[in-house]
Design a protein around this ligand. Structure first.
Ligand SMILES: Nc1nc2c(ncn2[C@@H]2O[C@H](COP(=O)(O)OP(=O)(O)OP(=O)(O)O)[C@@H](O)[C@H]2O)c(=O)[nH]1
Ligand SMILES: [Mg+2]
Length: 685
């Protein structure tokens, strides 16, 4: 299970409490003193925030719980993304003081979309200003109405706050159970309408478990991770209400890599959750990459033939450690339901599947990073070391998407925000001894095709520098659909002597297409489009299809694809779209008109506005590029009383001149330059 919440809600402290309650640790660690089980990075201890997800295990009533403590700061949402699809259940923590935050809504939406059974924990009932009644109201209003408060709190807002869990049969619980559960179960409703008294409390209890496990309702617990109040009821709820995966250790092995780390000697360590079956140390297992954006570019055809096999390669774990209590224990095998650390998977990447594929992992549940910045070493001769260090960081966090422009001089990293930037800077200094600076941060746009466009290059024609026929059509797809690729050539003329079968060919062509679309006409990722292969052909020495010319190789298809696709894209036309943020402002009423004027100047459209007491709440949507200005001006406009919160709100076409970004590879539209760049790298077919 995962513990998720907005920043500082108390996830790490609650994790400590649960470990303590289960007898794993003798004393509850303190985030601020840097003594917890899950905030172990030096940087986490210094800053008192969680940066990377961490695993601990404990036992409650004979059930082993593997818990993943996640970071709450929006800059580290990618860490949450990577564990989301592993979860059998979750606890969403909400502070009784700060209440539902924009980040809480983002997380709850993802959990509900994925139907992860989720309990809510209203934390910090001991803190001054805690107000559980108000929090429950906002949960119902802003997260989901399908909630069931599981107890009451006395002495709220004081160290002496006491939580009393309801027992089955308590009239208050019975009323909410009947209301919430009959809403979502026809037969229960029928039984209730027939004879209210015949619906026993036992049946309601069973139904509560069933509906929680189906993610239809969400029980709400109250407590304080600080004092431990309310934690026993939550512990009991974890095993009673969340599903315990009945996994079969004898089934075909299926697991997934969700985190990559480096061991003490710099060796790669892969964190794996097993869904079924088991992995034994030194046993060979298939490992497959599901990453759809990356295609290995290899130097020669021979190497590529091996890559054709390697995308679904075999791997062998040399050492296996299994999560046990607050630590890791070496074991001969990793079994279904467990989380392990594996050594020896040198090629492993985050998202890789081990054994049989289980559960879809490729979908993205949260917004991508919307900013990027140029990173430069303070000491010039650290250039090479910086690139190597960034490659290491990208292995842990693929979304930082390290890229160099085509001159190779500037290195860019993608970012969620300023805190992540500071963390990258501190990590490079602490772990690699490299001091870096950043140039100005800019937003990351995307490109969408405007209409359909098509292009083709025919084998053995003057204009075609490669030994292949490729025809591609690109057209707009639905919003947020990403890139869809299909082969629509009948019969498909495909060199099966290298690609083995049509599926494999489709996968590879899809890879070349996605690789090309990373940089569209203006240098941005092209998205929300459908690419169709409308023509294909190849030549072999002994024909057919063509007896002329040398054998077609994968390099021909790989190198010809960008030429054809960029021409098709040129005909389709693209529009650059910039990231938008939904910004919520809370400002004193007296400052309202000045703030509204400032918003108008920044091109922000006000969506909603309300006054409560002497505070005004303004909801607006504005370009991400302009929010820093607002952030900087807000203190002056509101005498330091204004609060700004923002969440990603999709992309919107940029009016006027499209912003451009330097390419990292030669532009296939500049044909000669592109062909030369292939020769330069020794990659021309
Ligand atoms: N009074 C009170 N303070 C709490 C409680 N739980 C956590 N805290 C404090 O709140 C702060 C944040 O706690 P953490 O456990 O680090 O919160 P987190 O959700 O793990 O934070 P991130 O991982 O950085 O998102 C710390 O100073 C804790 O001591 C609680 O129940 N009551
Ligand atoms: Mg934490």
């Amino acid at each position: 299970m995962g513990i998720l919440a907005h920043v500082d809600a108390g996830k790490t402290t609650l994790t400590e409490r649960l470990l303590y309650a289960a007898g794993v640790i003798d004393a509850v660690g303190d985030v601020d003193a840097g003594t917890t089980q899950t905030d172990t990075l030096a940087l986490e201890r210094q800053r008192g925030i969680t940066i990377r997800s961490a695993v601990v295990s404990f036992e409650i009533a004979g059930v082993t719980v593997n818990l993943i403590d996640t970071p709450g700061h929006p800059d580290f949402i990618a860490e949450v993304e990577r564990v989301l699809s592993l979860l059998d259940g979750a606890v969403l923590v909400i502070s009784a003081v700060e209440g539902v935050q924009p980040q809480t809504r983002v997380l709850m939406r993802a959990l509900r979309r994925l139907r992860v059974p989720t309990l809510l924990f209203v934390n910090k009932v001991d803190r001054r200003g805690a107000d559980t009644r108000r929090v429950v109201e906002t949960i119902a209003d802003r997260l989901t109405p399908a909630i069931i408060p599981m107890g009451t709190v006395d002495g709220i807002g004081t160290r002496a706050a006491r939580c009393t869990p309801y027992r089955l049969g308590d009239p208050a619980l019975r009323t909410t159970l009947i209301e919430a559960l009959t809403d979502r179960d026809e037969s229960l409703l029928a039984a209730y309408v027939d004879n209210e008294h015949a619906v026993t409390d036992l049946r309601l209890g069973r139904e509560l478990t069933a509906q929680t496990r189906r993610s239809l309702v969400h029980p709400v617990f109250f407590g304080s991770a600080m004092t431990g109040e309310g934690v026993p009821a939550l512990s009991a709820g974890l095993v009673e209400l969340l599903p315990a995966e009945a996994s079969d250790p004898e089934a075909v092995a299926a697991g997934r890599v969700f985190k990559i780390d480096r061991g003490p000697a710099g060796e790669k360590v892969a964190y794996v959750r097993m869904f079924a079956g088991k992995i034994r140390a030194r046993e060979r297992l298939p490992i497959a990459t599901v990453s759809d954006t990356e295609v290995k570019v290899v130097e020669s055809t021979v190497a590529e033939s091996t890559v054709v096999g390697r995308r679904a390669a075999e791997a062998k774990a040399t050492v296996i450690e299994v999560s046990d209590g607050g630590g890791w224990v070496r074991r001969p095998q990793l079994v279904a339901g467990e989380i392990g650390r594996l050594w020896g998977l040198t090629e492993a990447r985050v998202g890789d599947t081990i054994g049989r594929p289980a559960r879809a992992a490729t979908e993205h549940h949260f917004a991508p990073p919307t900013m990027e910045t140029v990173i430069v070493p303070v000491r010039l001769n650290d250039d090479g070391a910086l690139r190597a260090a960034l490659a290491r960081l990208a292995e842990q966090d693929p979304l930082i998407n390290v890229r160099a422009d085509d001159t190779g001089r500037e290195v860019y990293v993608s970012l969620y925000g300023e805190v992540q930037k500071e963390v990258i800077q501190a990590t490079l200094a602490m772990e690699f001894g490299i001091d870096v600076d950043f140039h100005e941060t800019t937003v990351i746009c995307v490109e969408r095709p405007v209409r359909a466009g098509e292009a083709v290059e025919i084998l053995n024609t003057e204009s075609n520098p490669f030994h292949a026929t490729i025809g591609l059509r690109v057209e707009p797809g639905p919003p947020d659909s990403g890139i869809e690729f299909r082969v629509a050539v009948e019969p498909p003329k495909v060199p099966l002597y290298v690609y083995k079968n049509l599926d494999n060919f489709t996968e590879y062509m899809g890879g070349y297409v996605r690789q090309t679309l990373r940089e569209g006409r203006f240098g941005w990722q092209v998205t929300d489009c459908v690419v169709t292969m409308v023509d294909s052909g190849y030549s072999v020495a002994d024909g057919p299809p063509s007896k002329r010319g040398p054998l077609s190789t994968p390099a021909d298809f790989r190198n010809l694809t960008p030429l054809v696709l960029m021409r098709a894209l040129e005909r389709a036309g693209t529009v650059a779209c910039e990231p938008m943020l939904r910004v919520s402002l809370e400002v004193p009423v007296w400052a309202m008109s000045a703030v509204l004027t400032a918003l108008g100047r920044l091109g922000a459209a006000v969506r909603h506005q309300s006054v409560s007491g002497d505070l005004t709440t303004i909801e607006t949507v504005m370009p991400a590029a302009r929010t820093p200005h607002l952030q900087r001006r807000l203190p002056a406009l509101t005498a330091g009383e204004g609060v700004l919160e923002s969440t990603f709100d999709g992309y919107r076409p940029v009016h006027g001149d499209p912003p451009t970004r330097p390419r990292t590879t030669a532009d296939p539209r500049h044909r000669e330059e592109y062909l030369t760049s292939l020769t330069r790298h020794g990659r021309r077919g």
